[in-house]
Design a protein around this ligand. Structure first.
Ligand SMILES: Nc1ncnc2c1ncn2[C@@H]1O[C@H](COP(=O)(O)OP(=O)(O)O)[C@@H](O)[C@H]1O
Ligand SMILES: [Mg+2]
Length: 286
């Protein structure tokens, strides 16, 4: 790896245009990370933003399925040098690019140093190409996944109203908070019965995090339990496109609107800390 100062100077040069990096994480699996990643990417594109989505669920990469994309290459081909990144990116919808993931790969921090450097360069080159980078991550409170997610500008922790999912969300937040440079932590309640339930649960999580972890967590939104979600999954078409009038679509559009608004309100040329932090992440784990 080049020396750290040189690397940071190189990073400083590319900060003129930098995408906002949003990682979507959870404690428990099956709570809706991939559906949120995919539909939020499309929702942002419907609002005229450009998005690159990275499928970094190295355990169970399946974002391509939800987009009905049949990718020829994925992350592993890029890392092995079999193909260039531009050949691996697919465009399942105008304004959205997807780097398909690969299952059964080692965890990010366990990658050989050479692959880490490649991944780092790859992410860096993507950051200049879009307004947002959305990263779908693996479930669970694996330290590596959580530390990787903590590098993002925003970490969306998604949970359902089930106590098991909520406790796992809390455990994930606790781990993220151990990283002193973590990005903003936001909560999305998925599969909520109604707005009141969602508000109650997110307020509860926020309170517990403030009281016991001294960590500031903010609400980002909620998604109602809606049979359109699984119906759209079966049709292999994101629900915001397949069922634009569904409750779930309205909720995701609301989240996208909020993200764009907040991004515009903080539109001072503040650089994204993602790459600096990511560099530190690889250094520490290497
Ligand atoms: N808002 C929702 N309403 C109803 N079902 C949902 C909702 N969100 C997700 N699901 C269902 O939950 C399952 C898991 O979602 P997925 O996005 O794959 O979770 P994860 O990526 O966290 O494992 C999907 O099959 C989907 O049908
Ligand atoms: Mg998933």
């Amino acid at each position: 790896m080049p020396d750290q100062a040189e690397e940071l100077r190189r990073l400083a040069r590319i900060h003129l245009k930098s995408a906002k990096v949003i990682a979507i994480a959870s404690g428990k699996g099956g709570v809706g990370k991939t559906n949120l990643s995919v539909n939020l990417s499309i929702a942002l594109a419907l609002m005229k933003k450009t998005v690159t989505m990275l499928d970094f669920d190295l355990g169970l990469a399946n974002a391509d399925l939800l987009f009905n994309a049949v990718p020829r290459y994925n992350l592993s081909h890029v890392l092995s040098g079999k193909t260039a990144l531009r050949n691996a990116l697919v465009s399942p919808y105008p304004g959205v690019k997807l780097l398909p993931g690969t299952s059964g790969m080692e965890e990010l921090a366990d990658l050989p140093e050479n692959d880490q450097q490649k991944l780092f360069n790859l992410l860096e080159s993507i950051q200049r190409d879009s307004d947002f980078i959305i990263i779908d991550t693996s479930a669970g409170v694996s330290k590596n996944v959580i530390n990787f997610a903590a590098c993002a500008d925003e970490i969306i922790i998604i949970t359902t109203p089930e106590p098991t999912a909520m406790i796992d969300a809390y455990a994930a937040i606790k781990l993220i908070a151990k990283n002193p440079e973590h990005g903003n932590i936001r909560i999305v309640i998925n599969m909520a019965a109604n707005k009141i339930e969602a508000e109650k649960i997110s307020s509860g999580i926020i309170q517990v995090c403030t009281r016991f972890l001294n960590v500031y967590v903010e609400k980002l939104g909620y998604i109602l339990a809606d049979s359109s979600v699984s119906a759209a999954v079966k049709k292999k078409n994101p629900f915001v496109l397949q069922y634009p009038d569904s409750y779930a679509s309205a909720c995701v559009m609301q989240i996208a609107k909020r993200i764009i608004l907040e991004n515009e309100q903080n539109s001072s040329p503040v650089e994204s800390g993602f790459f600096k932090k990511l560099f530190g992440f690889f250094r520490k784990s290497g």
